[in-house]
Design a protein around this ligand. Structure first.
Ligand SMILES: [Zn+2]
Length: 458
């Protein structure tokens, strides 16, 4: 269901939309960069990562103990926690928190005494293709923006300088035939460009707008930047020099990064994180994924929640140390990752390193040309009133999005779902949708959000 801001925005004439975007940015910034924000930024300077690794571990333990004490005492959901933990290894005995736990216990997770206006409400597409509503304390939101601003600043990209965002905001109706497919948020000096309208025949228009706007840096969804990067590799046309590109939200495949870097003639820095727990790892100037050990605890575990050794792929589980209003303790991200054996790196940051973010092993479609398309959990995000969904490739050139509707299902929102799917899957694939009564589980009773019903040619 669209929130009040979205309803007003959608109904407003274009000339008013720009004003609304800036007003909304101002409103949001009151929960992001408020109070002594400069001090919060200093606390989150990446220079602290030059301290010895043991210093980060000590800080983690201290923050974890405070988090567990608060959660146990004040959050009705977390009564099962132990009274205290003596070492970081004790974390392994606490059950993991799944997306389905969050869905069922959203309000019970909030610590008692936390007023609703201290909470920020987020929405994400869950691993089952069912949008998940979650809450985060606003102090945590502020810290997350401080981390982000500090990170971009390492690469000479200060908050407030001109940037372009390719993100999830709905900028125009999905059937809008002509530009603008973008809107300027003057408050943040940010041009928002819609990934949902990026059809191949419109990419030159996007490039033209970038040339005109002259941004210093770009941020956003990797698949959108990849589409544009590929266009630039093939057709050129970019006249503005971009200082850096930051990809986020999805875990970016290495071949995407090289195409984006070639097309835009700049370096890409990728970030791994989730709305629920914030950023958990960022790429350093050497291209390695450093775990943000001072603001989260990342574990790589097996299906029973037990740690797996470095160089073996396991589930990425994250404990958020930025806030205690809504504790996320051992949150199962649903993503797979592999730890490197190294600690520290030539860049000087003394942290553990993620060797790879492996995505969901089975979350892949294969296009007729053999391209593997993963990380499709964003596809159903614009859908309204979906209980659960499944993206099924029924033939090499056919994809069906099956949805189990809720009473509030809005079939018109599926247009946008199909548009996102088309953008991500691309090529000459027929994409349709249908409603079904239920989504069958596999013979191991597992739910699969993405499924191939045919065997691709080797
Ligand atoms: Zn490094």
């Amino acid at each position: 269901m669209a929130n009040t801001y979205e309803r007003i925005y959608n109904a407003a004439p274009w000339c008013l939309k720009e004003l609304l975007v800036s007003l909304e940015a101002w409103r949001r910034n009151r929960h992001r960069r408020y109070g002594d924000y400069a001090a919060v930024r200093r606390d989150n300077s990446f220079d602290h990562y030059r301290l010895p690794f043991e210093a980060h571990r000590a800080l983690q333990l201290e923050s974890l103990q405070a988090l567990i004490t608060t959660a146990k005492a004040k959050s009705p959901y977390y009564r099962y926690l132990p009274d205290c933990v003596h070492s970081l290894d004790d974390l392994g005995s606490i059950p993991v928190l799944t997306k389905s736990d969050v869905r069922q216990h959203t309000s019970d997770m909030i610590t008692q005494g936390t007023s609703p206006n201290k909470l920020w409400k987020g929405i994400t597409s869950g691993s089952t293709g069912t949008p998940l509503t979650f809450y985060v304390g606003k102090t945590g939101i502020r810290e997350r923006f401080a981390i982000q601003d500090e990170y971009y600043a390492i690469y000479g990209c200060e908050y407030g300088t001109k940037r372009v965002r390719f993100g999830g905001s709905k900028i125009a109706p999905s059937d809008r035939p002509t530009p603008p497919f973008w809107i300027i948020n003057r408050y943040d000096n940010q041009l928002q460009m819609s990934p949902y309208h990026m059809r191949p025949d419109r990419l030159a228009l996007y490039v033209g707008k970038l040339n005109q706007f002259q941004p210093l840096y770009l941020t956003g969804y990797a698949h959108a930047l990849y589409n544009l990067g590929k266009h630039l590799v093939e057709h050129g046309g970019l006249t503005v020099q971009i200082r850096a590109i930051f990809t986020d939200s999805e875990g970016t495949p290495p071949h995407y990064i090289s195409i984006i870097e070639e097309g835009f003639n700049t370096q890409v820095h990728d970030v791994y994180g989730l709305g629920e727990v914030g950023w958990a790892a960022v790429q350093c100037p050497q291209g390695k994924y450093h775990i943000l050990e001072r603001t989260c605890i990342m574990e790589i575990v097996d299906d029973d929640g037990k740690p797996v050794p470095p160089k073996e792929s396991g589930r990425i589980v994250v404990t958020d140390l930025t806030q205690t209003d809504v504790p996320y303790i051992r949150y199962d991200t649903g993503d797979m990752g592999t730890l490197s054996e190294e600690v520290g790196c030539a860049c000087g940051w003394q942290t553990r390193i993620l060797q790879g973010i492996d995505g969901r092993a089975d979350d892949l479609l294969i296009t007729p040309s053999g391209r593997r398309v993963g990380r499709l959990s964003h596809v159903t995000k614009p859908g309204r009133g979906i209980r659960e969904s499944q993206i099924v490739q029924t033939a090499p050139d056919k994809v069906v999005i099956r949805v189990v509707p809720l009473p509030s299902f809005d079939s018109s929102s599926m247009e946008e779902v199909v548009a996102v799917a088309r953008m991500m899957i691309g090529e000459n694939i027929d994409i349709t949708w249908e409603t079904v009564d239920s989504i069958p589980r596999t013979n191991r009773h597992k739910f699969k959000h993405v499924l191939r019903e045919f065997t691709p040619n080797a």
